[in-house]
Ligand binder design. Structure first.
Ligand code: SAM
Length: 262
C-alpha cells in the first residue's frame, strides 16, 4: 500500500457498482476457456464481488480475497460464498503455493514499481497459470487533472500539498514487454468507457468514492475548508462535464487490461 491509497468507504464506492463492474466483466471474458484453477487469488478484492464470481465459476477452487481495508473485507465476509478473506498488502503478498489464477481489478495502480510487481506476480503463478489485471488510467483523465489543479490553488493548497498524488501508469508497451519476458502469452488492450452517470454533481460523487478520499482526509480537521474545496472542485467538474440534455453526465474513463499466461 502507498501513502496515496485512500481509506475506503464501501457505501460510497458501491454507488457506482455497475460502472466499475463493467471492466471486471470484460476482463473475466478474456480468461482462457478450459482454465481449471485450484488456487485463485483476487488481489485488492474490495467488497469481494469478483472473488465470489470466481468461486461460482470455479467451484472446486480455493478462492482467496486479499485487501488492506478492514471495512471492505467486513462487507466481503458477509457473502455466503466460501472464500478465504485475508487482510494484507499486495506489496508483501507471498502465496504459500503456486497460484493458478491471479485476478486484480482496479487495485494494482495504487502500488509502485509495476515492472517489479508484475514480474513477481507472474513468478507466483503455476505453469499454465493466468494473471488477469485491469487498471484505471486515471492519472491521464480530465477529472484527475482538475482535481490536481484545484488542489494546488486556493487556501487549501498548503494543507493538500502533502497528499501523495496518484502516479501515472507506465507506457502500455512497457507492460507488454515486462509480461512478454515472463509469460508464454500476453493479451493487452485499453478501452475508454463513457460512464453514463446520473444525478447532480455526478463526477464529484464518482470521485468521492476513490480519488478524492485522501484529499478529504487531509482536510478532516477543518470542515469549512473541506466544504470550500469540495465546492470549488464540484464547480470545475460541472463546467468540464456538463449534463447531456437528458440529464446524463458522460465520464470518459480509460482502462488498461492485461491477461498473461505463464
Ligand atoms: C478501487 S477498489 C477495487 C476493489 C475491487 N477489486 C473491485 O473491483 O470492486 C481498490 C481496492 O484495492 C485495495 N487496495 C489498494 N491497495 C492495496 C494494496 N496495496 N494491497 C491490498 N489491497 C489494496 C483497496 O483497499 C480497495 O479495496
Amino acid at each position: 500500500m502507498t501513502d496515496a491509497t485512500p481509506v475506503w468507504d464501501p457505501r460510497q464506492y458501491r454507488r457506482f457498482d455497475d460502472e466499475r463492474d463493467r471492466a471486471a466483466g470484460d476482463l473475466l471474458l478474456r480468461l482462457p476457456a478450459g482454465l481449471d484453477p485450484e488456487e485463485v487469488w483476487d488481489l485488492g478484492c474490495g467488497v469481494g464481488q469478483h472473488a465470489a464470481l470466481l468461486k461460482r465459476r470455479y467451484p472446486a477452487a480455493v478462492v482467496h480475497g486479499l485487501d488492506t481495508s478492514a471495512a471492505m473485507l467486513a462487507e466481503a465476509a458477509q457473502r455466503k460464498d466460501i472464500i478465504d478473506w485475508v487482510q494484507g498488502d499486495i506489496a508483501g503478498w507471498c502465496p504459500a503455493r503456486p497460484v493458478d489464477l491471479i485476478f486484480s481489478n482496479a487495485a494494482l495502480h495504487w502500488l509502485p514499481d509495476h515492472q517489479g510487481l508484475l514480474a513477481r506476480l507472474v513468478g507466483s503463478l503455476a505453469a499454465g497459470g493466468v494473471l488477469a489485471v485491469q487498471m484505471p488510467m486515471a492519472h491521464e483523465t480530465r477529472h484527475h487533472g482538475l482535481l490536481r489543479a484545484v488542489a494546488s490553488k486556493g487556501p487549501w493548497a498548503e494543507a493538500l500539498a502533502a497528499v501523495p498524488r496518484m502516479a501515472a501508469l507506465l507506457p502500455t508497451e512497457t507492460y507488454y514487454d515486462v509480461l512478454a519476458g515472463e509469460a508464454e502469452s500476453v493479451d493487452i488492450w485499453a478501452t475508454t468507457y463513457l460512464h453514463a452517470l446520473t444525478g447532480p454533481d455526478a463526477v464529484l460523487q464518482w470521485m468521492k468514492g476513490t480519488a478524492l478520499r485522501p484529499y478529504l482526509s487531509a482536510l478532516d480537521g477543518n470542515a469549512p475548508m473541506q466544504v470550500a474545496f469540495v465546492s470549488a472542485l464540484g464547480a470545475a467538474l460541472c463546467a468540464a462535464f456538463p449534463p447531456r440534455p437528458d440529464g446524463v453526465t458522460l465520464l470518459p474513463f480509460p482502462r488498461l487490461f492485461l491477461v498473461a499466461r505463464r
